[in-house]
Design a protein around this ligand. Sequence first.
Ligand code: A2P
Length: 274
Amino acid sequence: TIPHLPLNDGRRIAQIGFGTWPLDDALAETVVQAALACGYRLIDTAARYGNETGVGRGIAASGLPRSEVAITSKLRGSEHGYETTLRAFDATMAALGTDYLDLYLIHWPLPMRDLYVDTWRAFVRLREEGRIRSIGVSNFQPAHIERLLAETGVLPAVNQLELHPDFTQAALRAWHARQGIVIESWSPLGRGALLQDATVLRLAQKHGRSAAQILLRWHVQHGLVAIPKSQDPARMAQNLAVFDFALDGDDLAALALLDGDHRQGGDPDTNDER
Ligand code: A2P
């Protein structure tokens, strides 16, 4: 069984989930079905990935009851705003073929558009209506979250951020811990780049594990949720099998030296991805 972390809204979240970017609909359907067969119970998609229909079909094909699978999706940037969010949520539900989401995230803050507070009000309403279990954000910085809290009184349960040993954002993690917001790491393997790192390979040798397992174990031991993507059944199984070994203090100290403050994806303050 997969360990879970408590959320600030009384719910909980699996510490390893399955990412679906950049799978298209056709691939998402078979890959998500395989991921569920191998034991994943948290599936992460987004309207912007263009694969919600395939993800929904993969979940249906698994034969699992809806209540056994936690589904996360994200509101795309072009839909920021109160009414547009309500409509986009309906479209996401239709594509996924479900009538509720376990977690819905604002994909990017887009501070240049200044609509994320209105968007958040729609999220709060959808949660009150029971159509979303937990609401959160993605790629938000503390200033954005502080504004949500000041203007709506509602703190996100989750912030999904780019995070891996080459981009550990220690101060940001400490801030989220103080606020009681769980961080989900996107690109937990650093988009694959860290898999060749000499330190990671040495620890893989030491523990008799793969490089990916060392990296995912790093997330787990830092109290993060990680959502690795793999379309290979052997690698997806491997990525879930990180709860039967532990990195020691020396290992963590060695991995801490890999932090190059090196972002691979967009910058939350300037990214205008719609
Ligand atoms: P693949 O789907 O062919 O397995 P990130 O999650 O950081 O964005 O990295 C995802 C990349 O890492 C993908 O290219 C994926 O390719 C690869 N990957 C995922 N799991 C593993 C693994 N256990 N070993 C090697 N590569 C992996």
